[in-house]
Unconditional design. Structure first.
Length: 300
């Protein structure tokens, strides 16, 4: 008799509210694929800007032959360097600070960055994990460039060893953490692409906020909906998508305690679907007027 299959990437995360949520660690192959896609995006962007600057420079020189070509070239080089600095650092930081917590490469392969403590992904964590990437990737290149010509061989060996240590780091821990993840308290997890509408119960509360199980119509006031923000909405969406009864019961009780309702039993999914629909409508309505509530701690 064969042993039962055990998913080695399956983990369980306990949120600050005490809710246990199952998820899967992103595979090393998916992370490598995402990085390659992001590199292609960055280098294609840099190539387009380079061609644009060359075109502008050639146009200026053709209009005025007396322009100091050396000085103009240095000026354009400064512009290109600044562009690359902000592109390289801004791309990863801005994208991972967004609601999806993922760059275009990560979205394409279905993974995202998450905080290991179950809380919201903070700016400090995103900055830390991305600044460490510079040490992992670019420090070996700097070492090669500043090495004396006679020591190029030794510098090359040192740079190669440095690069391999950091590139192979995810293979020596069970959660496939980069050095940046270890420092920042983050990890990269699978982001299921299943549409929430497909995962919601056909006997739930999405129609007129009424339960087909008990007939109860769940309607929440502005004060009750104002307690939670985007992070809690995403957590609730994940709970509904997973459909685990124990997780839904825990979330149902947590929300009822927070809004001052008496939690019942047996109709948790209908309650959560109604709360999700109304909370999402409220948050989307606020965003149309420039008001965002990131989480329950955000007072807007």
């Amino acid at each position: 008799m064969s042993a039962a299959y055990v998913d080695k990437r399956l983990r369980e995360l306990v949120t600050p509210e005490g809710i246990a949520l199952p998820f899967r660690i992103a595979s090393r192959g998916a992370r490598a694929g995402a990085l390659i896609l992001d590199m292609v995006i960055l280098f294609m962007s840099a190539l387009l800007v380079t061609l644009l600057l060359i075109y502008l420079a050639s146009g200026l020189f053709s209009l005025d032959a007396e322009i100091d070509q050396a000085g103009a070239g240095e000026f354009l080089l400064v512009i290109w360097t600044l562009f690359w600095f902000f592109l390289w650092n801004g791309y990863f930081i801005v994208m991972e600070l967004g609601p999806r917590g993922a760059t275009f490469g990560k979205r394409a392969v279905g993974i995202r960055v998450a905080a290991r403590d179950g809380g919201r992904l903070t700016a400090e964590a995103v900055l830390a994990r991305n600044l460490l990437r510079d040490i992992e990737l670019f420090l070996p290149l700097v070492l090669l460039m500043v090495a004396p010509s006679g020591d190029a061989g030794n510098a090359g060996m040192a740079a190669t060893l440095w690069f391999l240590v950091f590139m192979l780091f995810p293979f020596f821990n069970r959660d496939a953490l980069r050095a940046g993840d270890l420092v920042a308290g983050t990890w990269v997890v699978d982001a299921p692409r299943t549409r929430l509408a497909d995962a919601l119960s056909t006997q739930g509360a999405m129609r007129d906020h009424a339960s087909a199980v008990t007939g109860a119509a769940y309607r929440f006031g502005a004060e009750e909906l104002s307690i939670y923000g985007e992070y809690e909405l995403q957590t609730l969406e994940r709970v509904l998508r997973e459909g685990r009864p124990e997780a839904m019961a825990a979330v149902h009780q947590a929300i009822c305690r927070k809004i001052g309702w008496e939690p019942g039993a047996g109709d948790e999914r209908a309650f959560l679907e109604a709360f999700y629909a109304q909370l999402r409508a409220r948050l989307e309505g606020g965003m149309r007027f420039g008001k965002r509530k990131k989480d329950k701690h955000d007072d807007q």
